[in-house]
Design a protein around this ligand. Structure first.
Ligand SMILES: Nc1ncnc2c1ncn2[C@@H]1O[C@H](COP(=O)(O)OP(=O)(O)O)[C@@H](O)[C@H]1O
Ligand SMILES: [Mg+2]
Length: 350
């Protein structure tokens, strides 16, 4: 039987470019090469699409895009009749399925999914609409209100309001009480996320957050353990066990995620069985309500109450990421997870 051509897209213009390089490395080193033929398609931080034929080891370091010998400018054709990558050298490489090992802006927010939908090539993960909604923390909250999922109270502000009417805005937010969290609606990796304890801090945080997005959320502070659940599937999704992150710092900020080693991870989470069952039940309800498919990681706070925090439709897929680790706990290998995700993608009709 001939192999299935899997185009692994990595890099991208988002602030999570580097995380993507690690996610792609995990995919490319663990994919079953007896069954799948990987094609590596990298996107630079400036948005160039390059077919890469060099060693996988050079992806995580960023080395892959230096030196031309392994690189050819290339693009996925939007034509449904082609289902291929065209290179600048005039080559045509047929693609059976795309594995987007990318995160954040233009990668996880429906943009790339729109192009892939046009191309007619099946792809791992949620479609254009669901990706766009899940990327937007304000839109996600609006939709989940329809199914009574408990969430932090929030005020949504636009960049225009922040720039023109900050006093009024602060007055509106103060009903949430300090400390509060300020976050751009559509970033990840805690970029532009601030915990604020006064009006002055709130004003500064709003100005900084709106650099990253023209829509910003101000949320009440939620006390509780940070609990994450991985979900895989299309019409009949399955939830993993719960994992827990103890940031070991004030909150789970960028440095705690990627720079220092302060965070501790617990699989399974240190919560009672009843809470864990409830979190998993909410996770499946959220996944279905938001129209997800393939995979997602859904994050909660668990304290006195269980509160939904956010959903990631293309969660980190590095060897230390929660998404693979949660399913590995139930006996799957990373190769099994990749195989399952590709199988789920191939079962979809775009
Ligand atoms: N309302 C909140 N209450 C308490 N902590 C929060 C709240 N919102 C965010 N945080 C903290 O900030 C981190 C990043 O926020 P999150 O909403 O998950 O954004 P991102 O998409 O950047 O991961 C969370 O993991 C948590 O530590
Ligand atoms: Mg988060």
């Amino acid at each position: 039987m001939s192999k299935i051509n899997v185009c692994c897209i990595f890099g991208g213009v988002s602030t999570e470019h580097k995380v993507s390089l690690s996610s792609a490395t995990t995919v490319l080193t663990n994919i079953d090469r007896e069954k799948y033929e990987p094609i590596m398609l990298g996107i630079t931080t400036s948005g160039r699409w390059l077919l890469y034929r060099g060693p996988v080891e050079n992806i995580a370091t960023g080395e892959w895009e230096r030196g031309d010998e392994f690189l050819t400018e290339a693009w996925i054709s939007p034509s449904r009749n082609e289902k291929c990558i065209y290179t600048a050298d005039g080559e045509k490489l047929p693609v059976d399925v795309v594995f987007p090992a990318v995160h954040g802006t233009n990668c996880e927010d429906g943009t790339l999914q729109g192009l892939l939908t046009l191309s007619g090539i099946p792809y791992v993960g949620s479609d254009c609409e669901s990706s766009a909604i899940c990327m937007d923390k304000a839109a996600t909250k609006t939709i989940l209100q329809t199914c009574n999922i408990p969430m932090a109270k929030a005020v949504v502000a636009t960049r225009t309001e922040i720039k023109s009417d900050i006093k009024n805005l602060i007055a509106k937010c103060e009903s949430l009480e300090y400390p509060m969290f300020v976050k751009p609606a559509r970033t990840g990796s805690s970029i532009g996320v601030f915990k604020v304890r006064s009006g002055d801090e709130l004003a500064d945080a709003l100005s900084e957050a709106c650099v990253f997005d023209k829509k910003v959320l101000v949320e009440e502070y939620i006390r509780g353990a940070e609990i994450e659940v991985a979900v895989m599937g299309n019409e009949e999704p399955q939830a993993s066990i719960c994992g827990e992150i103890d940031p070991g710092s004030d909150f789970y900020d960028y440095d705690t995620k990627y720079v220092n080693d302060r965070a501790s991870y617990y699989i399974p989470a240190r919560i009672d069985e009843k809470s864990s069952d409830k979190v998993r039940e909410y996770a499946l309800e959220i996944y279905k309500t938001l129209g997800c498919r393939g995979l997602a990681r859904i994050d909660f706070f668990v304290g006195e109450r269980i509160i939904f925090n956010e959903i990631n439709t293309l969660p980190g897929f590095t060897s230390i990421s929660m998404f693979p680790r949660l399913f590995m706990h139930s006996g799957m290998t990373i190769s099994d997870i990749i195989d399952r995700l590709i199988t789920l993608a191939l079962a979809q009709n775009n």
